[in-house]
Design a binder for this molecule. Structure first.
Ligand SMILES: *Cc1c(COP(=O)(O)O)cnc(C)c1O
Length: 355
């Protein structure tokens, strides 16, 4: 077929992002612990049908204002987008010339930084994390030529650890006037005291990514936020789609960000953090487990003894986890999303039988 020869060569060669949802599509799972979603749907709410025939605002002020209150920053420091994933892309569109400029990311980490760069034809330097999955400052510093963006996930997906604040401060200073430091805080609501949001006014090259997909239990909604100084926000507004957020999404997000809803979100976060600690303690008692890594998010990275083939055995039982073996340094590692107490308990009961 000639259509193939019309497409960009790099797209023909592209390995698409393997989302948890795509990978598990065909499996008849009944326990989904693979995508770091919240295990229970919140009760939202009413949709305002009177407005549905009109285009929505590009940047609806009511949700910007509410999220600014939640994040403790000003409305002019926020962009709302179709999930944090869209923001990852918008930043590259604004700041990187294809085939010329470079981004940095530090595996093992979230896969969309690489995939998005591949799609946009933007080069990257891969700077692996060092011991305890901290960033390699000296290595990054030596590689800053042509680098416009550095993506750091904190807490890191899939390892669960936090990057030392000292290192991030140093990195912000090293990159001042050279590159933007993008901190992907998709999971920061589970350890909100570690957010860098309060640093925004001090560091003009800091960008923070947030999402409603994880702690807010709204992955199906597709809504995320970029926090940065107004100069950056205004550049992003130049390239974002004219109507990135649909009217029903605006209606639901408005309700999800009221003080009362945020109170429920905090309760959900506390429950998940408790379940996580119970899960970690129980995992450590399982014969098939070699190591459980510390986590500040709603998932736990676990290294299994390969002889037990745990991932496959659980899959057969309809328990879907996220294999991480393809990532550097993560041989035999699996990421487990923290579910309800009963889900954690059930998972452990199955794992205990694998001996
Ligand atoms: C889930 C996730 C995202 C994507 O969030 P969306 O708002 O659903 O697009 C971004 N970064 C990391 C690290 C994630 O795990």
């Amino acid at each position: 077929m000639k259509i193939q020869s019309l497409a960009r060569h790099d797209i023909l060669c592209l390995k698409p992002y393997q989302s948890a949802r795509k990978l598990a599509r065909s499996s008849a799972g009944h326990l989904w612990l693979n995508a770091n979603e919240f295990p229970i749907a919140p009760n939202y709410y009413s949709l305002n049908q009177e407005k549905i025939h009109r285009y929505p605002m590009c940047q609806p002020q009511e949700i910007i204002h509410k999220y600014a209150c939640y994040a403790g920053i000003q409305s002019k420091q926020i962009l709302v987008s179709r999930g944090a994933d869209e923001s990852i892309e918008l930043l590259m569109k604004v700041f990187c010339n294809p085939t010329k400029d470079t981004i940095i990311f530090c595996p093992p980490t979230y896969g969309m930084y690489k995939t998005t760069a591949d799609i946009l034809g933007i080069k990257y330097k891969i700077i692996p994390k060092k011991k305890h999955w901290q960033i390699d400052l000296a290595h990054i510093k030596s590689q800053l030529n042509n680098v416009k963006l550095i993506y750091i996930c904190n807490p890191n997906n899939p390892t669960g650890n936090l990057i030392h604040l000292n290192s991030l401060k140093k990195l912000l200073k090293i990159t001042k006037n050279k590159a933007l430091l993008i901190i992907d805080e998709a999971y920061i609501d589970f350890c909100i005291n570690s957010s860098l949001a309060s640093w925004l006014s001090a560091y003009s090259n800091l960008v923070i990514l947030r999402t409603l997909s994880k702690a807010f239990a709204l992955a199906g909604l597709r809504c995320g936020f970029t926090l940065a100084n107004p100069e950056i926000i205004n550049l992003l507004k130049k390239v974002i789609a004219p109507y990135p957020i649909s009217t029903p999404v605006i209606d639901i997000v408005t309700q999800a960000l009221t003080p009362e809803s945020i109170k429920y979100t905090h309760e959900r976060i506390n429950t998940i953090n408790k379940n996580r600690n119970i899960l970690i303690a129980a995992l450590k008692q399982c014969t098939c487990v070699q190591k459980v890594f510390i986590s500040y998010a709603n998932y736990v990275l676990v290294k299994f003894n390969p002889k037990y083939k745990v991932f496959k055995k659980l899959l057969k039982k309809g328990i879907i986890l996220r294999d991480q073996s393809y990532q550097p340094g993560l041989n035999n590692c699996v990421r487990i999303t923290v579910g309800t107490y009963n889900e954690c308990h059930y998972l452990i009961s199955i794992l205990k039988k694998i001996i």
